[in-house]
Design a binder for this molecule. Structure first.
Ligand SMILES: CC(C)(COP(=O)(O)OP(=O)(O)OC[C@H]1O[C@@H](n2cnc3c(N)ncnc32)[C@H](O)[C@@H]1OP(=O)(O)O)[C@@H](O)C(=O)NCCC(=O)NCCS
Length: 173
């Protein structure tokens, strides 16, 4: 790993807090995710894919999943949300978004590390985290230690690459 860039990223995270999402964050989290989705992901999706995503990311659905116990974290700068991660089914990333203005500063890495630790502390048996990676995000997931576990797939108008990350055995045990 490039230690120089790691230090740089840590420096840029000084103003960022990573915390568990609560109901008070949900409306802002939906707004952030939809705005990043619209600008960076939707252009690669069919109309069906966009509808599918919007049926998943709205205030009632997100609140319901929060109550169901999905791991949901936010990256916050002051009152402004700049990143969101959600893990469903104990170990599958279902949302991972950072505001374009705040990308490439280590926020996704910080969210991911906290989410993995939380997931392992709640579910001691899990050995990996999986994701259906948007194609443009595959390179970032590789940098986070994910490897592809199949070829490119397409379901409900969304194109993705299934990937997995092995959790270090000692983490949270
Ligand atoms: C994917 C995403 C969440 C990454 O967020 P981020 O905060 O910019 O990521 P980080 O700064 O923590 O970077 C994590 C690692 O990925 C690498 N990385 C991130 N974006 C990258 C890019 N576009 N190209 C190459 N490497 C990238 C970083 O260099 C870093 O690796 P390093 O620590 O070894 O240098 C962000 O790009 C995003 O929101 N994309 C749009 C939404 C999306 O597609 N989400 C995934 C849905 S499956």
């Amino acid at each position: 790993m490039n230690r120089g860039s790691e230090n740089l990223n840590t420096h840029h995270l000084d103003t960022i807090d990573i915390e568990e999402m609560t109901e008070k964050h949900v409306a802002r989290a939906v707004k952030l995710v939809l705005s990043v989705f619209d600008s960076l992901v939707a252009p690669d999706c069919s109309a069906e894919g966009i509808d599918e995503f919007r049926s998943f990311v709205n205030v009632p659905s997100m609140k319901a999943r929060l109550r169901d116990g999905n791991i949901m974290l936010v990256a916050r700068e002051g009152r402004k949300l700049v990143g969101v991660i959600e893990i469903r089914s104990k170990n599958h990333i279902s949302l991972f978004f950072v505001a374009p203005s705040h990308q490439r500063r280590g926020i996704a890495r910080a969210l991911f590390q906290r989410a993995v630790a939380l997931s392992r502390s709640r579910h001691k048996h899990i050995t990996q985290i999986t994701v259906n990676a948007a194609l443009k995000a595959v390179v970032a997931y590789k940098a986070l230690g994910f490897t592809p576990i199949s070829g490119i797939m397409n379901q409900n108008g969304i194109t993705y690459r299934p990937m997995a990350h092995t959790i270090p055995p000692h983490l949270g045990r």
